[in-house]
Each structure stands twice: as structure tokens, then as C-alpha cells.
Design a binder for this molecule. Structure first.
Ligand SMILES: [Fe+2]
Length: 289
């Protein structure tokens, strides 16, 4: 269970760039920072939803860059485990599954690349971040409120989303961890996942995902973006580091090595190119009697 440690960014007037799942992919992180610069956004206009390390080779370089730029970030399960020098990534994969076996390999490299200074930085990251935009309150978490490693995919039941959202009074929850972007209304509120930066969205494209949240009318606009980057170099570095070939191929093909932990609806969408687009939303306020 996460501690209640959190950071409030306060009211936001400028757009906020939300991204997560860098996964040790230094080339995708570089492309994102270039895009942010072109959009006129600084590090203070960005939020990372956790998992700076995972499948790709550059844990140390990515964590150092994120720390030195002081981009507001929360702990993912990966930061939580690395900070504690734990023995595995804490993803909760079934023992003996392919995900479990493959994750042991990237976690060992990520752990070896994490210096004591970086472990201390990870330990000090907040578990959640809040901010307000145009009267909309937003709560940034990693997986779920009940479990940092809960996989809240778009097709998960409404009851599960309502359960998770009962832990916050915020209008909008912004999460990461699952690697596929979506925006889903939950009753009168909203759940958004910006997808992953460092691994494709299992849609047969190599793209890296992030979101821009902006004031719009009397609410907000959430725009899901996908950018291209030098995935061939990332794949080559993954192989050179002795990491599983399955990850290198996933970077090149845009398809995950397996769909063991995916619900049926997301599995059925494997290999179908995800659209980008935006979602305009305003909270529904119930007038007091
Ligand atoms: Fe995660």
C-alpha cells in the first residue's frame, strides 16, 4: 500500500504534458523533450506518472535526466522496488509466466544501473500529484489507489473504476502503468491514461505516447499524442545490453511479446493502429439544495 505522500502543483493555466513509462528508453525521452520544447513547455509544465525504468537499456541515463530536469514525477512500482533494492519489479505477473521471466532480466539490469543517489531520489518521489485546471481537480497516480501495480485497462469493469475513484474526491484521475492510452468517463468523473513513452501500445506502430491537458471552455481538453522517434537505435541498444530479444522486436514491430495480462477487449485490439485525438470534458456539478 502506498503512503499518502503527495505533491500539489496548485492551479494550472498553461497546458500540462503528462507522460509515463519511460522504461529506460533514452531515445523516446529525448524525442519527448524536443517536442515539449517546440510546444513552449518547460520541465515544470510536465508530469511523469512513473516507471522510469523497465524493458530498455538506459535506466541510469533516463533517471538521471528526469531527476536533473526536476520534472514533477511520482513513484511507479519500478521506482518503489528499486528504491527498496527489492528483488523484482513488483508488477505482480503470475509466477512462471513469460512476463515474469522476461521482467526478471530487465529488472536485474535496471537494479544494477541504479546508484545509491538515484535510489534516494526515487525513495523521495511522491506517490501521487494533484493539480487544478479551469476548476477541474486532477489526481495523478501510477496504477490504482488500492494497489500501485493494479492494471486499470479501459475495458475493466465500471465497478472497478468506481472502487478506485472512491479513494479521491478529484474530478479526474490520471494514471499510467498499463501502457495503452485511453480516456474513460466514470459516472460524473473521468479516468485518463496517457499510455507509455518507452514501449509501443501493442498497435503495430512504433510510436511513443503522451497527453496534453489544457483548459477548454468551462472544463479541460485531454489530447492523446503519439510521436515517432529512433526506435531502431533503442532496439539495437536493447540487444547490445543482452536484454531479451522479445523487447527489441516489440520496439521494432509495435507488438508486445505476449498479451498474458491483457483483458480480452485489449487483446482483440492487438495490432490495430490506435487513433490520436482529443476529449473535451467538463465536470458535472450537482447543485446544493
Ligand atoms: Fe508500472
Amino acid at each position: 500500500m502506498s503512503s499518502p505522500l503527495g505533491t500539489d502543483l496548485g492551479p494550472r493555466e498553461k497546458p500540462l504534458l503528462v507522460f509515463g513509462g519511460i522504461y529506460g528508453n533514452f531515445e523516446a525521452l529525448g524525442a519527448l523533450l524536443h517536442t515539449a520544447h517546440e510546444l513552449g513547455l518547460t520541465a515544470a509544465d510536465m508530469v511523469h506518472t512513473g516507471d522510469v525504468a523497465a524493458y530498455c537499456a538506459d535506466t541510469h541515463a533516463c533517471a538521471t535526466r528526469l531527476r536533473d530536469l526536476a520534472i514533477p514525477s511520482i513513484k511507479g512500482n519500478v521506482e518503489q522496488q528499486l528504491a527498496a533494492s527489492a528483488g523484482d519489479c513488483g508488477c505482480g505477473f503470475d509466477e512462471g509466466s513469460q512476463c515474469d521471466a522476461l521482467s526478471a532480466k530487465w529488472y536485474a539490469r535496471a537494479n544494477a544501473q541504479t546508484t545509491p543517489e538515484l535510489r534516494g531520489w526515487m525513495a523521495d518521489l511522491p506517490d501521487h500529484i494533484t493539480f487544478q485546471m479551469n476548476g477541474v481537480s486532477c489526481h495523478v497516480i501510477h496504477g490504482g489507489f488500492s494497489d500501485i501495480s493494479r492494471f486499470m485497462f479501459e475495458s475493466v469493469t465500471g465497478t472497478a473504476f468506481e472502487q478506485e475513484m472512491s479513494a479521491t474526491a478529484a474530478d479526474c484521475v490520471i494514471a499510467g502503468h498499463t501502457g495503452i492510452p485511453f480516456t474513460r468517463p466514470v459516472g460524473t468523473r473521468l479516468w485518463h491514461n496517457s499510455g507509455a513513452l518507452g514501449m509501443p501500445a501493442n498497435d503495430a506502430t512504433r510510436r511513443a505516447w503522451f497527453s496534453l491537458i489544457s483548459p477548454h471552455g468551462s472544463g479541460i481538453e485531454i489530447a492523446q499524442h503519439a510521436i515517432s522517434y529512433d526506435a531502431a537505435t533503442t532496439a539495437q541498444k536493447t540487444r547490445a545490453a543482452g536484454l531479451p530479444e522479445e523487447y527489441a522486436r516489440a520496439l521494432e514491430t509495435g507488438l508486445w511479446p505476449n498479451t498474458d495480462h491483457l483483458p480480452a477487449a485489449e487483446t482483440a485490439n492487438s495490432g490495430k493502429e490506435l487513433p490520436t485525438g482529443s476529449f473535451v470534458w467538463q465536470p458535472i456539478r450537482v447543485a446544493a439544495e
